[in-house]
Design a protein. Structure first.
Length: 262
């Protein structure tokens, strides 16, 4: 299809195919350490399906608020177990971190996943007091952006949102109609428009769109389109590509973590 290569990341990142294994090792070590400190609650259900669960990591002492991180994978792959280590930055600054899994296409539609993430955020929010900051990567960037649209989260949860950070997001789903991935998404134009944040108006919540300067041109476009449509902050991280741009979440002193929690 016309845009398959444009939206392909692995072939254009040196060692791209090795990243999932690296993430798995780092995430497992992180969970083991937090588990030994009794600061990890794993597999907390938010819905009825096996994948409708989240891990909750607690800081030392009373949490200052809740960060929810939503993973990517084109709504087709991965789960929360690959990303646990990305909680390190917010945790070190005193925030709890929830990481949900969700059902994947083609078993469900993207709109169904949006509803699942809304429920996940709501259930996690009931367990931690204070502000809520949400971040998501790639397809997860789409999903957290959808949380910033009026009516998606319950009003009492939306009122607690302090920052929304889509990282390398897919913000306009219409181009995906021209990819073979759409055989699994099963989008038509109406469904793509209904799930495209660039066509929506956001809540009055701070939003920062983050993207790596070395990403595929379509991801630079997707980030810019969203920032322009929403009047949002727009950070382009020098020297970063689609797979390593999220590593800044591990560092409590990073600009990314500072923006997310600020």
């Amino acid at each position: 299809m016309e845009l398959d290569d444009a939206y392909a990341n692995v072939p254009h990142i040196p060692g791209g195919a090795q990243y999932p294994a690296r993430w798995t090792v780092a995430a497992e070590a992180f969970r083991a350490r937090l588990g030994a400190e009794r600061r990890a609650e794993l597999g907390l259900p938010y819905g009825k399906g096996a994948r409708q669960a989240f891990d909750l990591f607690h800081p030392k002492g009373t949490a200052q608020g809740l960060v929810v991180f939503v993973h990517g994978g084109y709504w087709l792959r991965f789960d929360r177990s690959f990303w646990s280590h990305l909680a390190a930055g917010p945790l070190a600054r005193g925030w709890a971190v929830a990481m949900p899994s969700y059902d994947l296409c083609p078993e469900v539609r993207i709109a169904d996943i949006t509803r699942q993430i809304s429920l996940a955020v709501t259930v996690a929010a009931a367990r931690v007091d204070g502000r809520i900051a949400i971040a998501g990567h790639s397809a997860g960037g789409h999903l957290v952006t959808r949380m910033a649209v009026p009516g998606v989260l319950p009003a009492e949860v939306a009122a607690r949102l302090s920052h929304v950070m889509p990282i390398s997001p897919v913000s306009d789903l219409r181009p995906l109609l021209q990819t073979t991935m759409n055989e699994q998404f099963r989008l038509d134009m109406a469904a793509a428009e209904a799930e495209s944040p660039v066509l929506m108006r956001p809540l009055p919540v701070p939003v920062t769109v983050w993207v790596g300067a070395e990403e595929r041109p379509v991801f630079l476009d997707q980030a810019r389109w969203l920032a322009e449509a929403w009047g949002a902050g727009h950070e382009v991280a020098r020297g970063r590509h689609h797979f390593d741009v999220i590593e800044a979440l591990e560092d409590p002193a990073s600009r990314m973590v500072g923006q997310l929690l600020g």
